[in-house]
Every structure is written in structure tokens, then in C-alpha cells.
Write a protein that binds this ligand. Structure first.
Ligand SMILES: [Zn+2]
Length: 171
């Protein structure tokens, strides 16, 4: 396993336009291993990471399942690894503080759905459907946003968004 370099918020790879993973190759498995390693042991450890955040424009997310979640699918080395993830259902609302490994040092309270159903593929090329709420629902929404070029501040109203972007630019 290896630590990967994190893309910062102004890197064009984070502007969206990822490709779907069509086949789970050894390169994809190695990338997922390295993403999990980077999420856990990188310069700024976190609980989720998306492909573009390590400079790879592929639809891959990894997440650290919080202890209260009983996840049995898509597990790899104790983390969740989802290829081609998409949110197919969401409901409820919750305000939760979010940070982003691509925007180090800035955390913001963000209002989003509290409950989501995520579909994707695991590393054995099996279809996976995860129904989650709480912290894990938040992680998936944040990371899947990265596949589409969105950041956590895009969910704020215009005034707060400008303030947060200005703070991020100063870091
Ligand atoms: Zn992020």
C-alpha cells in the first residue's frame, strides 16, 4: 500500500467528469488499497475519499464505516469500497459538520438528507445496495459529490458559500 498525494480544492481533477469503472482490474484493486491507506494514514486522515481527490478521475469512493453501522457489503480491509456509486433515494434532513481532505482546516455545518440508498459495485463486480443514515449517509453524499465536481460548500446559501470559499482560498 502507498500514500497518494491529495488533490487540493482548486485542482481541475475535482471539477467533475469522472469515468465509470468498467472492469475491476489489479490496477483498480491497488488504487482502492492506496486510497484506503491514504484515508487512514495520510497527512490529514479522514473518513472518506473519492477518486478525484487522489488525482484519479474514476467513479470510486472509499469510506470508513462508523462503529454504529453494521455494514456487511462492499467491505475491503474494514473500509467500504464502492465503484460507480450513485444515490438512488434520499429522505429526511440533518445538519452535520463536514470537512474535506481537499480543503484542509475548514469545517462547516451542512444541511443534507439524513437517509440515503446508495447503489454501486463492489471489488468482486457484484452489485451492491446500501441503505444508510447518520454519519455514513453523510460521508457517501460528500464523496459522491466529488465525482460530480461538487463540494460541501455548494450546499450552503450564497452568502455562506462565498464566506467559506474565501476561507478555503486563504488556507
Ligand atoms: Zn471532500
Amino acid at each position: 500500500m502507498a500514500l497518494l498525494k491529495l488533490a487540493r480544492h482548486d485542482d481541475p481533477v475535482l471539477a467533475g467528469g469522472v469515468k465509470l469503472v468498467e472492469e475491476v482490474t489489479d490496477d483498480i484493486r491497488k488504487l482502492v488499497d492506496d486510497m484506503i491507506d491514504t484515508m487512514r494514514h495520510g497527512e490529514t486522515p479522514g473518513v472518506g475519499l473519492a477518486g478525484p481527490q487522489v488525482g484519479v478521475p474514476l467513479a470510486i469512493v472509499v469510506a470508513e464505516p462508523p462503529p454504529e453501522h453494521e455494514i456487511k457489503e462492499a467491505l475491503h480491509d474494514g473500509a467500504i469500497a464502492l465503484l460507480n456509486p450513485e444515490i438512488v433515494f434520499s429522505s429526511g434532513r440533518a445538519v452535520i459538520e463536514e470537512g474535506c481532505l481537499s480543503c484542509p482546516g475548514v469545517t462547516v455545518e451542512v444541511d443534507r438528507p439524513s437517509h440515503v440508498i446508495v447503489k454501486g459495485m463492489d471489488l468482486d463486480s457484484n452489485g451492491v445496495r446500501l441503505e444508510v443514515e447518520g454519519a455514513l449517509a453523510r460521508i457517501f453524499q460528500h464523496e459522491i459529490d466529488h465525482l460530480e465536481g461538487r463540494f460541501f460548500y455548494d450546499h450552503l446559501n450564497a452568502i455562506r458559500r462565498q464566506l467559506v470559499k474565501a476561507r478555503i482560498r486563504r488556507t
